[in-house]
Design a protein around this ligand. Structure first.
Ligand code: DAH
Length: 344
């Protein structure tokens, strides 16, 4: 027996007819009659078609079988739905669903906006050849200050500025100590990025919080020069803020770099009307050539190796990126603020 697809046609018509019947019933007894008429094992009309499957040529069986099963489950679904709607109508009022209640939205969370920025920065520097390094948040005075060419009578080491723990330990005031730890444990060439939280006895205002994120970078090898530093940071800025971004190095001072610079960026971009726009210069990080004293304190031969380092605050970069006026918003854990950044 060949079907020319006519059995499939028949099934489709049956489906329509069955669904209409389900719609039309007035009570559960009628619903049960409909079920038996279509799905009943012996005389149900769909069961009848399924029985004919055996007489159909083998190659036509799979599509027909699949269609029959689809119609069967569609109908079972419709029957179930109708059955529970009868059950609901029968239930006393106080057990009925209140369809006017607002639904409970599922909170799926998301990465913290500062974490997002850190991840973006890491991805760019990974393409430039940097891998990741981490160091402890509870540091020693040696790693946090002395090895970084900062004597303990330096103002940065003052109790007023730094959170001391017991016996020569403190909460690291920057991520720069990771530089020393990496140089102690790895031979050059070194290219690492060290993200992490840092602590200061700082004011709590729109641009300062006593706990904040930093991102440290370090490259050490034979023959590294200031050109490498400038090229790396300029390339980074163009990848992060767009190809028109300009970078400016202003002379500065850090104990652990010589020479040192503050790095500013200026974004140049086209607005919606196609006109060229530019922002003010915005300071984004400190940087410089690793001071030979730091290389030596870390056990590297400063005659042979040179390097550059930089340190930036992803929180501040996030403020610029998202137009957030107050750094504290990132750290107050107010879900109404944070959930604006939720998502993948
Ligand atoms: N450690 C500095 C700070 O916390 C930031 C910094 C400046 C890091 C210059 C560096 C650097 O590696 O070269 O303010």
């Amino acid at each position: 027996m060949s079907t020319d697809g006519s059995l499939i046609e028949e099934l489709k018509k049956l489906e329509e007819e069955a669904l209409a019947s389900v719609e039309g019933v007035r009570d559960e007894a009628e619903l049960e009659e409909v079920r038996i008429a279509f799905l009943g094992r012996r005389e149900g009309r769909i069961s009848e078609i399924l029985r004919k499957l055996g007489q159909v040529p083998p190659e036509e069986r799979p599509p027909l079988g699949a269609e029959a099963n689809r119609v069967k489950s569609r109908l079972e679904e419709a029957l179930d739905e109708r059955r529970s709607s009868f059950a609901r109508e029968r239930a006393p009022d106080r057990f009925r669903e209140d369809l006017t209640l607002p639904g409970r939205e599922r909170w799926i969370g998301g990465r913290h906006p500062v974490t997002r920025v850190v991840d973006e920065l890491i991805a760019i520097f990974r393409d430039l050849g940097f891998s990741l390094a981490r160091g402890p948040e509870a540091e020693t005075e040696w790693y946090n200050f002395e090895a970084l060419n900062t004597p303990l009578d330096h103002p940065a080491a003052d109790e007023q500025d730094t959170l001391y723990l017991k016996a020569g330990h403190l909460l690291r005031s920057h991520t720069s100590p990771v530089q020393v730890r990496v140089m102690e444990s790895h031979r050059p060439p070194i290219r690492v990025l060290a993200p992490g939280m840092v602590y200061r006895r700082d004011s709590y205002d729109a641009t300062h919080t006593p706990v904040f994120a930093q991102l440290e970078g370090l490259a050490v090898d034979e023959g590294i020069t200031f050109v490498d530093l400038k090229a790396t940071l300029a390339e980074f800025a163009r990848r992060y803020w767009g190809p028109g971004t300009r970078v400016r190095f202003r002379p500065s001072f850090f104990p652990f770099t010589e020479p040192s610079a503050e790095v500013d960026v200026k974004r140049v971009f086209r607005d919606a009307e196609g006109r060229e726009q530019e922002t003010d210069w915005i300071e984004i990080m400190g940087a410089g050539m690793v001071d030979p004293a730091v290389l030596e304190a870390s056990g590297l031969d400063a005659e042979r190796y040179t390097g550059f380092a930089f340190g930036m605050g992803p929180g501040r970069i996030g403020m610029l990126k998202y137009g957030v006026p107050d750094l504290r918003l990132f750290y107050e854990n107010d879900v109404r603020f944070l959930e604006q950044f939720a998502g993948p």
